[in-house]
Design a protein around this ligand. Structure first.
Ligand SMILES: Nc1ncnc2c1ncn2[C@@H]1O[C@H](COP(=O)(O)OP(=O)(O)OP(=O)(O)O)[C@@H](O)[C@H]1O
Length: 480
């Protein structure tokens, strides 16, 4: 479901325009009380939590608009605010932002001078009506975004894995996997950094999500960033954000980074081994000091983020070669978890096949398909280089392509065809014929491979058969 993090840029530009027209400062908080837009002095605290007990937070709770016009005397609304003594606001009107009647934020018109105070008091009704419209507009914007996300996702609606992930949504009985889950369960509520190691497509991100959604941070964002997919110069601003005008081409109003988005939640740093060494030092500082500085900014912004990092790289080797900082390695590797490749947990493949067949039949709204038992065995012994992701893609393909209510060999995708010889299964050949097929393939490969091409003596030596046997077989398979 969309929240303000999806439209932060829009909300900030909108606030600036409204502020210019009305002649007041504008600020908007999200449902966690984080400032997601602000003009004037509020601009400096975008991404930061607003003061606990502030009257804007109170509006979010009561879902009712409110006005203050004398902060010092207005005890009922400002008493519990930590910043009451230092507050420079002369008057303000706040209006809740609701989404389907649920409080998702609050917008405030803020006056500081006596003149602004007077205008707010004099025009309060009009301003409240105006804020009502703004609030409805923002609600519509979020709902529209939900719709566009939903239409892309509609087909997946019933599928467990796309709902809040839990450890129960991780498929697999394999004892190694269960040990990992057991360990992960124990550390869900700890703030300590987790480092998940494992090949691509082995469920590292899924495990990270399960840790987040089962932790006491679940109501706050799970933010993922792939350090390998973003160019070095952009990665820094993506992570830490920047102030307006921090560099050529940057947005006028600046931008908050993933660390700030993930405040109180979890930041998943995927492919951490690919993080440029120049950024590693900065990341280490953030992990140690629990605060960030935006690019071009001077302010220290405290952050409360749990970091889960993942990589398929051999970090120890990288440390030795000097391409990964040793101090960062130790800082990240506090709780190490390992996800195993499919070939080390073949006992789970049958479960995955059933799970993915069911999932994709539901997506296509067709009855659940069966699978040819010989094909099932073949899939179990197949060496899945792309792991679970590749297995799922293959199943998705087969479910789409199958013509009967059972998935057959003919339904296998071509890219699997090329890697393994299974034509023999397909045609229902006898064992003798299958062996012959296999033998022919081997001879063909050697006969045409560059270092052996036509060199029968070399081929016979390598395959440890006599030259005459080789001639006989080449003749049998008509390879000459
Ligand atoms: N145990 C599991 N149960 C169900 N689905 C799984 C499991 N493990 C992985 N998957 C699915 O396989 C796909 C790949 O998993 P994921 O993205 O978590 O892997 P990864 O190790 O983070 O991959 P990469 O390193 O390439 O980013 C996802 O669609 C995920 O939902």
């Amino acid at each position: 479901m969309a929240d303000f993090s999806y439209i932060q840029e829009f909300v900030q530009t909108f606030s600036e325009n409204v502020s210019e027209v009305l002649g007041f400062d504008i600020t908007i908080l999200n449902e966690n009380g984080i400032r997601i837009s602000g003009t004037g002095s509020y601009k400096d605290s975008i991404g930061e939590p607003s003061p606990e007990g502030s009257y804007l937070r109170m509006i979010m709770e009561t879902k009712k608009p409110a006005m203050i016009y004398d902060v010092i005397k207005n005890e009922s609304q400002c008493m519990s605010c930590k910043f009451m003594g230092q507050c420079k606001v002369s008057a303000s009107i706040g209006f809740p932002i609701l989404k389907r009647n649920r409080s998702v934020g609050v917008i405030g018109i803020m006056g500081f001078s006596p003149e602004q105070k007077e205008r707010i008091i004099k025009n309060s009704e009009k301003l409240i009506r105006f804020l009502h419209h703004v609030s409805a507009l923002l609600e519509n914007k979020l709902l529209l975004l939900d719709c566009s996300q939903e239409s892309g996702r509609e087909a997946y609606e019933d599928i467990d894995v796309l709902k809040n992930v839990s450890f129960d949504s991780i498929v697999g009985h394999n004892s190694g996997l269960q040990d990992v889950i057991k360990k992960a369960r124990r550390v869900t509520n700890s703030p300590s950094t987790v480092l998940i190691r494992g090949d691509s497509g082995t469920g590292k991100e899924l495990l990270a999500q399960a840790i987040h959604y089962e932790s006491n941070r679940r109501k706050h964002p799970f933010v993922a960033i792939n350090c390998a997919a973003i160019p070095e110069n952009l990665l820094e601003s993506e992570l830490f954000g920047y102030e307006g005008g921090a560099f050529t081409g940057s947005r006028r109003e600046g931008s908050i980074g993933k660390f700030e988005y993930a405040h109180k939640g979890t930041l998943f740093l995927d492919e951490i081994g690919d993080m440029p060494i120049s950024l590693q030092a900065k990341l280490l500082r953030v992990l140690q000091e629990r605060s960030i500085e935006r690019i071009g900014g001077k302010k220290i912004i405290p952050i409360d983020v749990r970091v889960i990092a993942a990589t398929h790289r051999n970090l120890e080797e990288m440390v030795e070669k000097g391409t990964f900082r040793e101090d960062l390695y130790y800082r990240l590797n506090v709780i190490p978890l390992h996800t195993k490749p499919l070939k080390e947990r073949r006992d789970d493949i049958v479960l995955f096949l059933k799970y993915f067949i069911r999932k994709h039949c539901r997506i296509l709204k067709i009855n659940e398909l069966g699978i040819d038992p010989v094909l099932e065995q073949w899939l179990i012994q197949y060496d899945w280089p792309g792991n679970i992701r590749q297995l799922e893609n293959a199943v998705e393909y087969m479910v789409n392509i199958a013509e009967t209510d059972t998935i057959e060999f003919d339904d296998l995708p071509d890219y699997l065809n090329k890697q393994e010889n299974f034509d023999c299964f397909r045609r229902g050949l006898s064992l003798e014929q299958m062996i012959a097929e296999y033998e022919k393939n081997i001879l063909q490969t050697f006969y045409f491979a560059e270092p052996y091409r036509n060199d029968k003596e070399k081929i016979s030596q390598t395959l440890q058969i006599s030259l005459s046997t080789l001639y006989r077989k080449l003749d049998k398979y008509q390879l000459e």
